[in-house]
Design a protein around this ligand. Structure first.
Ligand code: FAD
Length: 471
């Protein structure tokens, strides 16, 4: 009789503890993925595009090993009941997830299947430590500040990882004797053709994740502490986020390989630490994506302005660095971290639009949209989060560009209408004399907008609104 391995956000064959446990039973395997319809928050469009390609890659790898991936769409409990009835499976294995409604769903599924006599076993396949594992000695259930959290987490992780050998991918997979019905894989958007463009610079799947990690460790990790802030530098950061988010590679594998490189990888690993910390915050605050972590922000008076929101989403704010970021997001499903902070600050502080609008836009557009990191990062910028950047820290949208994109390479790549403008004006086209604009063939307003808000007055308005909300 077979056992089920239920893939979720762990679309890989190596270092997959649930898969390894299923293989160890010696039983034939039912390798299953469910496109769940009964979830509180459906994955955004770009993430679904990524998952579509990632599942294709997983399915190919499984086939090469001699088995097949079954894909079903619907409610997880109903599908699992059907499969158990059809195949007489005796056990099910999965790696845990941390969104509140999924924890609840998994609990129910576990008890229902156990009641039917199945062996149910779950594992940590997504994090270096479980979100409940690192608790402060001084009291409280979890750390609310990153630095002490990471110090304490490393005291658990470092010794755990010294002898850790990631599970290798199996040589072969023994599938269930009869091939089960599989639903067509239909995660791509039906009404847009943007998905092909989004995937142009990416390759989903476990093998591609490894190529990216190995490349990064061989050539770029040593420069990471400085290079990570330069958005035009394509190898300045690892770009592993979509792979991590789909579980094509595990943080343990990354840690293991990074330490084995014998380079200085502490800064890079501490960013993986921010991912861990975000999961701690999500686990202890299930409404992290919808409610202010700091309740005093509930009194904040946000503006509702559809036109301004649309200008921001489409990269037409009149601030080239901000616009380049938003266009990079829409075109590639990813945005450089430095620019994320600037565009988020612009939405929240210059436009006074609720951070949840930005979180939702990123959720839909990021190939690596992550329930923990996205929500925690938006709240970090808004000032409403745990260990957040203070509200009064308002990024200047053109000096950030001048500092981190001094030659304007990033802006020119994503705002091509400005590419003939001399560097001196690339971040402030509205200050260029008309002769310069003429030479560059740019007509402000027609080819590129003037700033939609004046930086100085928007800054003052933001600070005044913040002060008012505190009274
Ligand atoms: P690297 O710099 O190479 O870092 C390695 C890995 O560490 C990343 O892949 C990621 O898993 C993790 N990491 C790095 N920085 C952070 C961070 N600040 N918080 C949490 N994890 C981090 N990251 C997501 O994975 N998904 C999101 O939905 C997401 N939304 C964000 C929204 C905003 C407003 C901001 C400011 C940041 C967001 N981030 C998110 C965090 C960060 O921007 C990305 O993880 C990073 O840019 C991914 O690129 P990389 O893989 O090259 O990162």
């Amino acid at each position: 009789k077979p056992v089920i391995i239920w893939f979720r956000r762990d679309l890989r064959l190596s270092d997959n503890p649930a898969l390894s446990a299923a293989i160890e039973t010696g039983r034939p395997l039912i390798l299953l993925y469910i496109d769940e319809t009964d979830i509180a928050r459906k994955d955004g469009s770009a993430k679904r595009v990524w998952l579509h390609h990632s599942l294709k890659a997983l399915s190919r790898s499984i086939k090469e090993k001699g088995a097949s991936l079954t894909i079903r769409q619907g409610e997880a409990m109903a599908i699992l009941n059907d499969i158990v009835a059809e195949t007489q499976s005796t056990a099910i294995f999965w790696n845990r997830r941390y969104e509140a409604d999924r924890i609840e769903a998994d609990k129910n599924i576990k008890s229902e299947l156990k009641a039917k006599g199945l062996h149910v076993e779950t594992f940590n396949g997504a994090l270096l430590t479980e979100p409940w594992e690192v608790s402060p000695k001084s009291g409280g259930d979890y750390y609310k500040v990153f630095t002490p959290y990471w110090r304490a987490a490393c005291q658990i992780i470092e010794p755990n990882m010294i002898d850790y050998v990631p599970y290798p991918a199996p040589e072969t997979l023994r599938g269930h004797s009869s091939v089960l019905r599989s639903d067509a894989l239909s995660l791509l958007p039906k009404d847009l053709d943007w998905d092909d463009k989004v995937m142009q610079g990416w390759e989903a799947g476990e093998a591609a994740a490894w190529d990216r990690l190995e490349d990064f460790l061989a050539s770029s990790v040593a420069d990471y502490p400085e290079a990570r802030d330069i958005p035009s530098n394509k190898s300045g950061t690892s770009r592993l986020s979509p792979h991590l988010s789909a579980g094509e590679i595990s943080p343990r594998q990354i840690w293991h390989a990074a330490r084995a490189s014998n380079k200085n990888v502490d800064k890079f690993l501490s960013e993986i630490g921010w991912r861990e910390f975000s999961y701690v915050l999500l686990y202890h605050n299930p409404k992290l994506a919808s409610e202010n972590y700091k309740v005093e922000f509930n009194a904040f008076h946000w503006r509702v302005d559809e036109t301004a929101l649309k200008a921001w989403q489409t990269g037409k704010t009149g601030y080239p660095f901000v616009d380049a970021g938003l266009r990079q997001l829409y075109q590639t499903g990813w945005m450089h971290n430095r620019v994320r902070m600037v565009v988020a600050s612009f939405l929240i502080k210059h436009l006074l639009i609720d951070w949840r609008e930005g979180e939702a836009w990123f959720w839909d557009c990021l190939v690596e949209a992550d329930p923990a990191s996205n929500a925690a990062s938006w709240q970090w910028v808004a000032g409403s989060g745990a260990d957040a950047s203070p509200y009064f820290r308002i990024f200047n949208p053109f000096t950030q560009g001048q500092k981190f994109d001094p030659q304007g390479d990033y802006v020119k790549a994503f705002v091509p209408e400005l590419k003939s403008l001399p560097n001196k004006y690339i971040h402030t086209p509205w200050t260029a004399p008309s002769s310069v604009l003429d030479d560059a063939n740019i007509c402000l307003d027609t080819d590129y907008p003037r700033p939609m808000v004046d930086h100085k007055s928007a800054r003052e308005r933001a600070l005044a609104t913040y002060k008012q909300s505190r009274q």
